[in-house]
Design a protein. Sequence first.
Length: 264
Amino acid sequence: MSSSDIFIGETIGTALLILLGGGVCAAVTLKFSKARNAGWLAITFGWGFAVLTAVYTSAPLSGAHLNPAVTLALAIKTGDWSNLPVYWAGQLLGAMIGATLVWVAYAGQFQAHLTDKEIVGGPGAQATTAKAVEAQEKGAGPVLGIFSTGPEIRHTVQNLATEIIGTIVLVLAVLTQGLNDKGNGLGTLGALITSLVVVSIGLSLGGPTGYAINPARDLGPRIVHALLPLPNKGGSDWGYAWIPVVGPLVGAAIAAGIYNVAFA
């Protein structure tokens, strides 16, 4: 496959992943959404189906990595690093496009949510709920969770370990049974397996940090949150932003090492 196919495939696939994954977070979070307060099950299955849709769409073009951690693991596994920058560039761009489309789809809900006194308080007022106060202290705005992840308890070592462990599970599943005939991405069966693995990770390991397990999935939308003209949006929590980038990359490298030792 050509570099242009890889870039286009990863851009389209990652945009779909974030559009549908971020979309379910918006649906559950925002006031005047019909799915508000649908809960964690809706989010985990929404992200699983987002993976399935994105992989089936982009696999013919790029092999559907959709995740810099997966690309890194496959480079370690195969020893071929030549296309890694192209994959990563498409993934980050696609994640930013997908996050922007979430904002477009829910523009009215974002406006209503972020101007509601119960959410952000009155003019010049402090946040009105304990959770909002805590979020303000952390530098995380009231809708940041739609775009990127954040920990329930801030503990750098634990948060990093959680992201590493979750990514090891994901990448091992991809490497051991999900590859297409060329070995450069996900095949049809691999797409289904991987989407179910993502649901499993979300249900079992997603509670502490929101299971980024994908650097582009977190960094791209976080950049978009910082740039969007949203009223009362608050901070983008850049102090935490390195964990969902570094953790998945470390986890991917460990998983690739395990694969090469135990399965290759």
